[in-house]
Design a protein around this ligand. Sequence first.
Ligand SMILES: [Zn+2]
Length: 152
Amino acid sequence: MSLTTDRNDPQLTHGVDTSPTPQSLKYLILSDEERAKGFVRPYRDAYTHVGPPGPESDLRDITEEERDRFGDMYAKFEPYPAGSSSRGRFWTQQQLDQVGKGCRVSTKMARELSETYAREPRFYGATYCVGCSMHLPVVEFTWNADGERVGS
Ligand SMILES: [Zn+2]
């Protein structure tokens, strides 16, 4: 595994995996100069695969009108609190079944990757799980040090 600051490096991989795959040959990091500007989050170098977060509000059933529009695609609707930027989100049964279903394995990162997370928490959309051998959405992981969601 090696590191690069070149976003166009052809050895970079992108997004999440749907089947087990080795770690990438290269990972993108922020430059030494950028990382030296200071961290906006604590330095944390290990995270655990806890699975996708669940709904934060109480779910309601799909209405007749929504079923007419979407068929049986969605199982529930999560209304967001008043003042949110959208009225809520739909959940499929598969998404609900996956909540909290991580492999619970901890993955440790190289220093430069950890520093990149600390400098720019939303820099990565996906990260590697050594338990699943896959790149998965960062939101499926929490930092071992304090339990905070990765990418937040
Ligand atoms: Zn995993």
